[in-house]
Design a protein around this ligand. Structure first.
Ligand code: ATP
Length: 220
């Protein structure tokens, strides 16, 4: 195991559907980078996520392109297609060995929102996840993280987890798809380049997919 400056290198892994990537994802990555001393954060667009099998998800090429645009101004952020390229099912528990092989010298931190961690007990092989990964978690408005309750369901999760202190925003990709369909402004909730990409490719247009009924919350 290699030590850099007396400490093992740490790499953050932020997986998601990223349909589209937004300010919440970027804040999670950057907050974790600083707080945990990560040398880099890998953004992993998911293939077909097991919990979203019934949803209509934008093509992988679109989601990857938007991630690359969203992170392009941060030298510590990298897009990685390891999850997209592997065959389903796309479980987090089975992702770890692939990254372990690729980054054998590093400590791997799974970066997730508090809403996702709350669901950990429903994930495939949660015990394996807390045994393998360190977890960096940023709270998300609308969900309360209860690690004590979660520990009863998934023993070891408390010890594996660091709750990050950082700005939290209530934006979701679902909101953005809906706002786009309704013709609302996406300014500041996604990077300018992502906004342009969505517009150029007509993603989430009302006639394209039925997002207009999902929410009526305004962006600002
Ligand atoms: P959707 O609305 O389509 O379900 P999403 O906005 O939840 O998408 P995902 O790509 O599914 O985004 O999320 C990837 C990861 O980022 C998850 O761990 C999720 O909890 C986290 N995340 C997403 N949005 C936020 C946010 N606003 N604050 C903190 N974490 C977030």
């Amino acid at each position: 195991m290699s030590e850099a400056g007396g400490r093992q290198e740490r790499i953050g892994v932020l997986g998601g559907t990223f349909d589209p990537p937004h300010i919440g994802h970027l804040l999670l990555g950057e907050t974790a980078r600083v707080a945990l001393g990560l040398s880099c954060v890998l953004f992993l667009p998911a293939g077909q996520p097991p919990h979203k099998v019934d949803d209509t998800i934008s093509a992988e090429a679109h989601r990857l392109a938007m991630v690359e645009l969203a992170i392009s101004d941060n030298d510590c952020f990298t897009a990685d297609t390891v999850d997209m390229k592997r065959p389903p099912p796309h479980y987090t528990s089975t992702l770890f060995p692939l990254l372990r092989d690729k980054f054998s010298q590093a400590e791997l931190w799974l970066l997730i929102g508090g809403d996702s961690l709350n669901d950990l007990a429903t994930w495939h092989d949660p015990q394996r996840i807390v045994a393998d990964w360190r977890l960096g978690v940023l709270s998300r408005p609308g969900s309360t993280l209860d690690l004590v309750a979660l520990e009863k369901q998934v023993p070891g999760v408390e010890q594996a987890t660091v709750v990050l202190d950082g700005p939290s925003v209530g934006v979701s990709s679902t909101d953005i798809r809906c706002w786009t369909a309704q013709g609302r402004s996406l300014r500041y909730v996604v990077p300018h380049s992502v906004r342009e990409y969505i517009r150029t490719h007509g993603l989430y247009d009302a006639g394209h997919q039925n997002y207009s009924a999902l929410s009526s919350e305004p962006v600002s």
